[in-house]
Design a protein around this ligand. Structure first.
Ligand SMILES: C/C(=C\Cc1cc(O)c2ccccc2c1O)CCC[C@H](C)CCC[C@H](C)CCCC(C)C
Ligand code: SAM
Length: 253
């Protein structure tokens, strides 16, 4: 897979520092490590609010009964399961991720959840930067907390554009990189003083500290809209949610 280049060997001084989560293989390993606690920590740390944000993302995708849809960077499958309920048994959902461990959690959840429509979900191990699908085949795409984590955001949007049918939408949910100092400050305070300490108690301090650096390196809502239009989407709108802590880009091909 094009984007899974191995990290270059670090200098000895760098090795001595906390190694940054820089490249695709580092990030894949990070999400594989946290797979066992990922869902429970999301529920606890967001007080269950992330499920509301994910429902909003699926609604913005425009997915409807009978559609053929894709959830990129599906992880443990939250958005894929919501898409499955939306498209129903006549529809088809593909959940793609490059972490075997995350996909294993998703597949186990699918087996234990007894909703008949969930049989319409297929889990695919693959790279968001090199989607193993033909052009113009999906009626809707979601990407929940994935764009901030890929090493090439433009390429990820180009791939989603390529596999979307004309007139269809990509709905991209993530943390919002706020331009308002107060909002950014609240977000950073919560991560520093609630998220990381709780994660540390589970032995995942470094993994959750990565949240802060990944948000700092992310794009603002306006920058995401601009990038989507540059890639070729005909319309792009970024909605701030939860007081600006989170955001959702809706891009129409
Ligand atoms: C579902 C959420 C985050 C998913 C997620 C994304 C990542 O990129 C990670 C990277 C490294 C480790 C973990 C993740 C990860 O879990 C959002 C909710 C869960 C967050 C961990 C908690 C965020 C707290 C907010 C800053 C404030 C929430 C306020 C709420 C109204 C109580
Ligand atoms: C924070 S999780 C989001 C999971 C799920 N979408 C959700 O909303 O909870 C980010 C996911 O993106 C995956 N990921 C990151 N970069 C990827 C890439 N280039 N290709 C495929 N999956 C990737 C990780 O393995 C991880 O499962």
């Amino acid at each position: 897979m094009a984007s899974l280049q191995m990290c270059l060997p670090l200098s000895s001084t760098t090795r001595l520092r906390k190694r940054p989560v820089r490249c695709a293989s580092d990030r894949r390993e990070l999400f594989s490590r946290i797979a066992p606690v990922y869902d429970n920590l999301n529920d606890f740390l967001s007080l269950g609010q992330h499920r509301i944000w994910k429902r909003m993302a699926v609604s913005w995708s425009g997915a409807k009964t009978g559609d053929n849809v894709l959830d990129v960077c599906c992880g443990s499958g939250d958005l894929a399961f919501l898409l499955s309920e939306k498209v129903g048994s006549d529809g088809k959902v593909i959940g793609l991720d490059f972490s075997k461990d995350q996909l294993s959690v998703a597949s186990s959840r699918q087996d234990s959840l007894l909703k008949p429509c969930y049989k319409n979900i297929e889990w695919v191990e693959g790279d968001a930067l090199d989607l193993p699908f033909s052009d113009c085949i999906f009626d809707a795409i979601t990407m929940g907390y994935g764009l901030r984590n890929v090493v090439d955001k433009r390429k990820a949007l180009e791939e989603m554009f390529r596999v979307l049918k004309p007139g269809s939408r990509a709905s991209v949910l993530d943390f919002n990189k706020s331009t308002r100092p107060f909002t950014a400050g609240i977000q950073e305070w919560m991560i520093n003083n609630v998220v990381v300490p709780v994660a540390t108690s589970y032995g995942f301090a470094k993994e959750y500290r990565y949240l802060k650096s990944s948000i700092k390196e992310f794009l603002t809502g306006k920058e995401l809209e601009k990038l989507a239009l540059e890639v070729g989407f005909s319309r792009a709108k970024h909605y701030e949610i939860s007081g600006g802590l989170m955001g959702n880009l809706v891009a129409t091909r």
